[in-house]
Design a protein around this ligand. Structure first.
Ligand code: DGJ
Length: 750
């Protein structure tokens, strides 16, 4: 049983395949956190909690004159507010009388089969590989009758525990939430822990940072109304000695795409507390008597198998338990050519059909018409909001264009940015109050656009109508859902002054409601999320779109570190990656075509260039690349992904896909900095059968020839033992030229 409630010991233990999590209804009915770590027997671990008189830490009144019971020094599941715990908190609620207090004591515990549901927020679900149980613990403040209902979903096989909180106002007056975190995890000793997070900027998302916890509050957050380029709602706490292969790792992935907050505090007693949830900046939410407020879920995991072990847990979970689209498992995603870097705003129907014709010849399966096809959109000053075709550009009309592309044997995909509006648009002229702006002030523009108020149902309904019309009147099989600015001037024209603190979260609920309707009504349309590249790359959006455009930086050398960082929390099947033109549009760097292909194959793979500008040799290479990608599609999308190098001193990066049955592996290496008289690249593979005999396939040798200084050396050896490849490694011959890349496929023969 995954959830055990020992009523006598008042202990609740959750078990997954490799982890256990324990809580106890402790002194005075406070809910104490006892343990999260390697799987353990169910026995009560409360003996490890010691109580002392802690100066300036206070004691709950009901403990009478017992000075040793201080909430400031107790590990807790949902810390109280204003009861003597001065660490970072789970809740800041203002009661009707103006008091800011929540003293939650356990009222009820219930266990059920299956996964609990959150109605308005993205949710994970049980897959056929797993059994899931849910636990609900109700904490109640006896004075205000406000409840915090802690909900846990235990995915036993997946090694994931989800946690969210529902606040129920059981009182008679409205309350105001100023902070409500989805998760709180306390550790008795965290002085040797590191925090790993993924900061970045536009075009440089999800770089990896790792630092020791020190005695202050580490804040990882976005206040931009999107999960953001600057931080990601995924963090890990690890042993200081953790490596890719071994050591303890705790992962926390928030299923939310708006402003978020993760706080980690190393306290005066070297205890650690982590909380994570909706950012409290600009947040205040009125919960009327009898109403509920749900927080988004956090997906937690623990593993002692190092960073790779942690990543594999999330990769698996995201491939099985997050998104029901048939493109996740049952249907192969088409290889697409996107028009953005091919033509930017400068195209018309004739040019698109021409691109389609050339793309078909190269073996591409779908054309995606990016920004610029609608309204009066010739640049980014106008048109957003007017989701009808720009007849100056698409003179034949959208339907005919789609038909012409289909007639060439290609699928058709389209770009939209539903949440935005330009002032120069029919939509804005008709409904200026639909855009965020504060009374009497002019709103900040970003990319010349304003943000639509998705907290209003009429706006959401209007957008649904626009999207549904485009998708239902034309044979469109893919939608790139873009979002190109951070939110400011957050103010809704229809909410009273006292409820303006709800707008950011209501915007998210509006967005999720819209995505839910679109995915439900158009299940055959593949949705790719996007936000100026990867500013909304999170477990919330991934519930609706199986893939997200990872970054606007398509320079393959920069992409190495972006995709590397992304891989810690997200599987390769979610990472939108394309081969683009060289010199690169963002950096001006020149790289070989092969290298661009190898890098984009650590993602969904596609193209974003003008076929008319390609040489014959490049066109042939596209055919070759497509052959390789298609042949290894399952291995790339579903295999175990291994990071074989870090962001250290090595002048190259290497990664590998290994199949679950250990019958094949694809090893990729890209050299970032070529050196004379070079040290050889020796890579130890992972995930093979030590006793297996592996053959280097023919196609791999061809790849080597593209880059080798002495190609003849390579052809000599063909067979390798698994243990040799994993322990001694594969040594590449010397490589040559700018940014060479190699991709070797090993297939088991014995
Ligand atoms: C930002 C996206 O990330 C790009 O790929 C492209 O779609 C542009 N927006 C279009 O405006």
């Amino acid at each position: 049983m995954a959830i055990i409630y020992d009523e006598k010991a008042k202990c609740i233990t959750l078990h997954t395949k490799n982890s256990s999590y324990q809580m106890k209804i402790g002194n005075l009915d406070y809910l104490i956190h006892l343990y999260y770590g390697p799987r353990m027997p169910d026995s009560d671990l409360s003996w490890q909690i010691r109580q002392y008189d802690r100066g300036f830490s206070g004691n709950p009144y009901r403990s009478r004159h017992e000075r040793t019971f201080s909430l400031d020094a107790q590990p807790q599941e949902f810390p109280t507010q204003q009861q003597g715990d001065f660490r970072i908190g789970s809740i800041d609620v203002m009661n009707a009388d103006g008091s800011r207090c929540f003293n939650g004591l356990v009222k009820d515990v219930s266990i059920s089969e299956g996964k609990y549901r959150l109605l308005t927020l993205p949710a994970s679900f049980a897959s056929d590989k797993d059994t899931v149980h849910s636990l609900r613990i109700t904490l109640e403040d006896e004075y205000s009758h406000v409840q915090a209902i802690l909900q846990y979903g235990v995915f036993e096989q997946a090694d994931i525990i989800t946690r969210s909180v529902t606040v129920k106002n059981g009182g008679r007056q409205p309350i105001h939430l100023h902070k409500i975190m989805s998760v709180c995890l306390d550790f008795l000793n965290g002085s040797d822990m590191d925090i790993v997070n993924f900061p970045g900027r536009y075009g440089q998302e999800r770089q990896v940072e790792r630092q020791p916890l020190t005695h202050h509050v580490h804040k990882i957050r976005s206040g931009r109304g999107i999960s953001s380029h600057q931080q990601n709602p995924f963090v890990a706490l690890t042993d200081r000695t953790v490596t890719e292969e071994s050591g303890s790792c705790y992962g926390f992935s928030l299923m939310y795409s708006g402003s978020f907050l993760a706080e980690v505090e190393l306290d005066q007693y070297d205890q650690v507390r982590l909380v994570m949830g909706i950012n409290d900046r600009l947040f205040s939410y009125a919960v009327e008597a009898g109403e509920d407020f749900d927080t988004p879920a956090v997906l937690m995991t623990y593993t002692d198998s190092g960073l790779t072990g942690m990543s594999h847990i999330y990769h698996d979970f995201f491939r099985n338990n997050l998104n029901r689209s048939r493109f996740v498992k049952d249907v192969k995603r088409p290889v697409l050519l996107n028009t953005w870097e091919a033509a930017f705003f400068d195209f018309d129907d004739v040019k698109l059909v021409e691109i389609a014709r050339a793309a078909k010849k190269m073996g591409v399966e779908m054309i995606v018409m990016d920004d610029g096809w609608f309204g009066k959109r010739d640049d980014d000053n106008s048109g957003l909001g007017d989701w009808y075709v720009n007849e100056d550009k698409i003179k034949c009309g959208l339907k005919s264009l789609v038909e012409q592309v289909n007639a060439k044997g290609l699928k058709f995909g389209i770009w939209m940015e539903p949440e935005m509006v330009n002032e120069d648009s029919d939509l804005y002229r008709a409904h200026p109050d639909w855009a965020f702006a504060m009374p009497g002030r002019t709103p900040a523009r970003a990319r010349n656009q304003l943000v639509l108020d998705l907290s209003r149902q009429e706006v959401v309904d209007y957008l649904y109508g626009c999207i549904a019309k485009v998708l239902s009147e034309n044979n469109i099989e893919y939608l790139k859902w873009d979002m190109n600015r951070s939110l400011s001037d957050v103010y809704s024209a229809v909410l009273p002054a006292s409820r303006q603190g709800e707008v950011l979260h209501r915007f998210m609920l509006g967005l999720y409601g819209l995505m839910e309707r679109v995915t439900k009504d158009f299940p055959d349309v593949l949705i790719e999320g996007c936000s100026g590249g990867g500013a909304r790359f999170d477990a919330g959006i991934l519930c609706y779109s199986p893939q997200i455009w990872c970054s606007d930086d398509t320079d393959p050398i920069h992409r190495l570190s972006i995709q590397y960082g992304t891989s810690f929390g997200y599987p390769v099947s979610t990472v939108g990656a394309h081969v683009s033109a060289s010199p690169n549009h963002q950096t001006g760097r020149t790289t070989p075509f092969n290298t661009r292909g190898v890098t984009a194959m650590a993602g969904t793979f596609g193209y974003e260039l003008d076929p008319a500008k390609l040489s014959l040799e490049e066109k042939n290479m596209i055919r070759e690349q497509l052959g390789i990608f298609r042949e290894h599609y399952d291995l790339i999308q579903d295999g175990f992904y291994y990071r074989l190098t870090g962001l250290g001193e090595e002048p190259y990066m290497a990664w590998e896909f290994a199949s679950e049955d250990r019958n094949e592996a694809l090893l990729s290496v890209v050299v970032k900095d070529i050196q004379p008289n070079q040290t050889l690249i020796n890579i130890r593979l992972k995930g093979l059968d030590p006793d297996g005999l592996y053959k280097l396939t023919e196609e791999s040798k061809k790849y080597m020839v593209h880059n080798m200084m002495y190609p003849d050396i390579e052809a000599r050896r063909e067979y390798y033992k698994g243990d040799a490849l994993m322990n001694a490694g594969y040594t590449f011959p010397m490589v040559f030229g700018d940014y060479p890349a190699m991709q070797l496929h090993f297939s088991r023969v014995d």
